[in-house]
Design a protein around this ligand. Structure first.
Ligand code: 1CP
Length: 345
């Protein structure tokens, strides 16, 4: 049975590039909003396997992506370690921020598997509901990105709180990254055991890290997760997505040990084809603003990405998550463009 997504990540030749879209399950879909409204909050949706499995499968039913991504969130890790995490309607995540080594001492990765058991059940339900030619992707946040929420207490624009805390409390910050690594390794291994066939590690805020701390805060924690997963499940490919790191990409790929890399839209197609694709399979990188706009501009931009990247191992995706105001018809049209790619040649 061919599986375009897994074959591509394994470096095999495929008839057309596989595709999926970051945040393909979510608020832009009316069928998502319907299930979301039945849940008692966002975390309740993540922890109710039947509902989480249904929203994972919704984009597959609507536009037949080549991969489904588990419906969960990167912030279930601090939640599983005992931090208070809440998703406030309209304002995003709110956490009781970690401010001292005393707060840190309260975090316990030991309950990760027990607390996240419903997520693993979601993975089993989704895998059972998917045909063999559609892959199931598991995921986590990278330790740096998860730590930004744990210390800032939510989303931030400037990262001043987390960065100054990390700089003034280097030992405590290293301990905190260790705790996140430990919990994340258990979380990802259990996703694989339940049926995830590939993993993506989201380092959405990697660009905020100073070059002098990049090794300690981004490379090393990610490399430790990759190494642990490779000893557990050597054949499960790991995609690293460190947003906005530009010229640091080759170093990030080589030194973390990831199998494939997600690219944001600041990476030009020439740069991707000439300098990144020779290192490993790439995934990306249509800016979601083109998907939001739709029409001929979206078609042209999508064809440009396909044309530039199809010479090597390539998974078509967006440069970051789908905007919540995106018309589902635009997403269906984009899926059609990728599926028809190559047929007319
Ligand atoms: O109420 C809702 O429905 C909330 C919206 C929502 C959704 C649909 C949140 C809250 N999380 C999710 C699901 C989600 N989150 C997925 C699942 C599947 C899919 O992609 O279809 C994934 C992979 C994530 C990952 C995630 N969560 C990231 C990394 C990827 C990215 O988008 O950069 C981050 C940073 C988060 C944190 C988060 N979760 C939710 C919000 C509003 C935020 C904050 C984002 C921010 O700070 O800007």
């Amino acid at each position: 049975m061919t599986n375009l997504f897994l074959d591509t990540l394994a470096g095999k030749a495929v008839p057309r590039p596989p595709f999926w879209f970051m945040r393909q399950a979510g608020r832009y879909l009316p069928e998502y909003r319907e299930i979301r409204a039945q849940a008692n909050g966002f975390l309740d949706l993540c922890y109710t396997p039947e509902r989480a499995a249904r929203v994972t499968l919704q984009p597959i039913e609507r536009f037949q992506a080549d991969a489904a991504i588990l419906f969960s969130d990167i912030l279930v890790i601090p939640h599983a370690m005992g931090q208070t995490v809440d998703f406030v309607e309209g304002t995003g995540p709110k956490l009781d921020p970690i401010q001292s080594s005393r707060d840190l001492a309260l975090l316990d990765p030991g309950k990760t598997l027990e607390k996240l058991a419903p997520v693993f059940e979601t993975v089993r339900l989704v895998r059972a509901g998917l045909p063999d030619d559609i892959a199931l992707i598991g995921f986590s946040g990278a330790p740096w990105t998860v730590a930004t929420y744990m210390i800032e207490g939510g989303s931030t624009r400037d990262f001043n709180t987390v960065k100054s805390w990390a700089i003034s409390n280097r030992r405590s910050f290293a301990i905190m990254l260790d705790l996140v690594v430990e919990s994340t390794v258990m979380y990802l291994k259990a996703q694989v055991d339940a049926g995830a066939q590939a993993l993506q590690i989201f380092d959405t805020w990697a660009s905020a890290v100073p070059a002098s701390d990049f090794e300690d805060w981004v490379i090393n924690p990610t490399a430790r997760i990759v190494l642990a997963l490779k000893s557990h499940a050597p054949d499960v490919p790991i995609i690293g997505f460190a947003r906005g790191i530009g010229s640091r990409l080759p170093d990030y790929i080589h030194r973390t040990g990831i199998d494939a890399v997600g690219l944001d839209s600041s990476v030009s197609l020439a740069e991707a084809a000439n300098n990144i694709q020779p290192i490993c399979p790439v995934q990306g990188n249509l800016d979601p603003a083109y998907l939001l706009s739709g029409g001929v501009e979206m078609e042209r931009a999508a064809h440009e990405v396909l044309e530039a990247m199809s010479g090597g191992p390539f998974v078509f995706n967006l440069a970051h998550g789908i905007n919540k105001d995106t018309p589902p018809a635009h997403v269906e049209r984009l899926a059609e463009i990728v599926k028809n790619w190559g047929l007319s040649k």
